[in-house]
Ligand binder design. Structure first.
Ligand SMILES: [Fe+2]
Length: 124
């Protein structure tokens, strides 16, 4: 069973869903699989989010090497997780694969994750 806050991807259409609330029954989730975040390994230089503090903001850039942003291969969203609070920026082709959030929390207490439509979910 996918835990609350877990992400699901449809094996047929590629849609990605977030399970925000745990219901009383599993429902029909046969066509979905849970996305497990990757942290390292092949492709990590283009995918693992990098967090930087900029005054009262947190800047998240995707990868040490800039990731492509074309419809066939792009970063779809970037999230910043500050304890119980999740900030999310959705991205479109042609945009920079980065996000800025007004968050004044120590960077060591934050997590970031992003979803690439080809290479899946990555987290730092
Ligand atoms: Fe990718």
């Amino acid at each position: 069973m996918v835990e609350e806050g877990g992400l699901l991807k449809c094996k047929i259409c590629g849609s990605v869903l977030e399970k925000l609330v745990q219901g009383s029954e599993a429902g029909k989730l046969d066509d979905f699989e849970e996305l497990t975040p990757k942290h390292d390994g092949e492709g990590s230089q283009k995918h693992v989010p990098i967090l930087e503090k900029d005054g009262g903001n947190v800047v998240i850039k995707v990868g040490e090497i800039t990731h492509p942003m074309e419809a066939e291969h792009q970063i779809c969203f970037i999230e910043l997780i500050d304890g119980d609070i999740t900030y999310r920026k959705t991205l479109k082709p042609g945009e920079e694969p980065e996000a800025v959030f007004k968050v004044d929390t120590d960077i060591s207490n934050l997590k970031a994750r992003e979803y690439c439509n080809v290479h899946g979910l990555w987290e730092s």
